[in-house]
Design a binder for this molecule. Structure first.
Ligand code: RB5
Length: 147
């Protein structure tokens, strides 16, 4: 199972930490950049790159990191099929999967510790969608908005 990861300069440090953590959990990682924390870059292109790889099914889930998690989330959600959720505690890490069937976790590199980031990503990856009818219906209503 491949996890696709990306960040801007503000998320680079947490991204590098999460790459190791995700590999330790036994998943393959594809890193879409950025590769240099000292160069300021625009987060939408990294969000697009991760979101497209997840939406086309080549990546199972995505991890995006910027300063707050919000910019990458807003950008990723413009890609059809992406459901990117800003996660900021253990409950949102689980509920993003259980209720929203989110396929991309968005984290704030300037807001979270490395340990928090690792814990949230592990929970996100390991929590399945609930498959409850009411949640399925709502996910379909979201997909319908893309038409
Ligand atoms: C970059 O300074 C910062 O604006 C960006 O990483 C992100 O937090 C935007 O949402």
């Amino acid at each position: 199972m491949k996890i696709v990861i990306g960040s801007d300069h503000a998320g680079y440090e947490l991204k590098e930490h999460l790459k190791k953590a995700v590999k330790e959990l036994g998943y393959d990682i594809e890193d879409k950049g950025t590769d240099n924390p000292d160069v300021s870059v625009d987060y939408p292109k990294f969000a697009e790159s991760v979101a497209k790889e997840v939406a086309n099914g080549k990546g199972k889930l995505g991890v995006l990191v910027c300063g707050t998690g919000m910019g990458v989330s807003i950008a990723a959600n413009k890609v059809k099929g992406a459901r990117a959720a800003v996660v900021y505690n253990e409950a949102t890490a689980k509920l993003a999967r259980e209720h929203n069937n989110a396929n991309i976790i968005c984290l704030g590199g300037r807001e979270l510790s490395k340990e928090q980031g690792k814990k949230f990503v592990k929970l996100f990856i390991e929590t399945p969608f609930s498959e409850d009818e009411r949640h399925k219906r709502r996910i379909k209503e979201i997909s319908d908005l893309e038409k």
